[in-house]
Write a protein that binds this ligand. Structure first.
Ligand SMILES: [Zn+2]
Ligand SMILES: [Zn+2]
Length: 375
């Protein structure tokens, strides 16, 4: 079938919205009609070349839609089901899925290839027939996609997919980091460095966990104002002055530092943002690294003396350590109950044709938490 998709022909080249040929689903695959897709910072990081990929490529990895057709052997979903897509699939049969860490599912080894699990492509150019690469099997900057059954999870039909799409990446990554990767006890304290989509989701996770002080750090005043709306109790503006930022956090915590810190800066990560997160943590505390730094960045600046003598812990977290088949319906329930705010995370809804502007908005840093494409 012919569909419309935003095709990326190379790093930093404007995405081209055009007709694309999409194959029918094969065994254990489903055809999805996307209703909405968030524009995540990682899409832009790939486009900027910070996370290398093969081209041409259809980006997008934070989607929600309706199952249109299922391939042979599909049992988990049927046509008409509303689903959110996980950007890491979960096969349900490998060792990692069995021990409860599906973010490490063996199928994840294929997500960087730009091909489907069987090594072939479903999207093709209508101009010359060449294969188009998929992003993480799901390529959500498209009206339809064919994706593995392992990448979808059913969600209740009465909830708006244009909000639930955030559960496919940003919200789950941030909220899960605060509620799965660490276990904040009521009254404990946390520093959140970087208050975009992930950071604001983490603030909500910390708030629901009963955190005492939630200290938000960002360079943008606008993001700090938003951080307060999501539950930050204190904000610290960073202006290239990491020592002062840490001193302010120490002052807020009676000289102790916070029990936890989380670094969400990702593509813009610098030695300073890491140092703030590390030095904000008290002795024996835990620093969580979530934002994905530029691929070429091979180390970060942590003082090993303090790490050992202050008995600190540094933990890496992927996709919020989510068990996405369990967690995404759980978060949908929290949204239904009004206990988490997804609406406030969506700054603007756009059409697919406005995708390049949406990328510029991400790069500007201060304009949007999330742009969501409505199909
Ligand atoms: Zn993402
Ligand atoms: Zn698995």
């Amino acid at each position: 079938m012919r569909i419309k998709a935003a095709v990326c022909y190379g790093e930093r080249e404007p995405l081209v919205v055009e007709e694309v040929e999409l194959d029918p689903p094969r065994a254990n695959e489903v055809l999805i009609k996307y209703v909405a897709s968030g524009v995540c910072h990682s899409d832009v990081s790939i486009h900027q070349g910070f996370l290398p990929r093969d081209y041409p490529l259809i980006l997008g990895h934070e989607g929600a839609g309706i199952i249109e057709r299922v391939g042979e052997g599909v049992t988990a979903v049927q046509p008409g089901d509303h689903v959110v897509l996980g950007f890491i699939p979960s096969c349900g049969t490998c060792k990692w899925c069995h021990v409860g860490v599906p973010i490490l599912c063996d199928l994840g080894a294929h997500i960087r290839t730009g091909k489907m699990i069987d090594g072939t492509a479903r999207h093709h150019s209508t101009k010359d027939g060449r294969d188009l690469h998929t992003l993480m099997f799901i390529s959500t900057f498209a009206e339809y996609s064919v994706v593995p059954e392992a990448s979808v999870v059913k969600v209740p039909e009465h909830l708006p997919l244009e909000k639930l799409c955030l559960l496919g990446c940003g919200f789950t990554t941030g909220f899960g980091a605060a509620t799965n990767a660490i276990h904040i006890k009521p009254g404990e304290t946390v520093t959140i460095v970087g208050c975009g989509g992930l950071g604001t989701a983490a603030i909500q996770g910390a708030r629901l966990s009963g955190a005492g002080k939630i200290i938000a750090v960002d360079v943008q005043e606008a993001k700090l104002d938003l951080a307060k709306k999501f539950g930050a109790t204190h904000t610290v503006r960073s202006r290239g002055n990491p020592e002062e930022v840490v001193n302010e956090i120490l002052e807020i915590t009676w000289g102790v530092g916070t029990d936890y810190s989380m670094e969400f800066v990702g593509g813009d990560q610098t030695d300073d943002t890491v140092r703030v997160a590390f030095n904000a943590v008290r002795k024996g505390g835990t620093m969580v690294m979530i934002g994905v730094a530029e691929r070429s960045k091979q180390n970060f600046a942590i003082d090993p003396y303090t790490l050992a003598l202050w008995s600190k812990r540094i933990v890496g977290v992927l996709f919020g350590n989510a068990q996405f088949r369990v967690d995404i319906p759980r978060y949908a329930e929290l949204y239904d109950q009004g206990k988490i705010d997804l609406d406030g995370m969506v700054t603007q809804e756009i059409e697919l044709g406005q995708i390049n502007q949406a990328f510029d908005d991400v790069l500007a840093g201060d304009r949007v938490i999330r742009s969501v494409i409505r199909f």
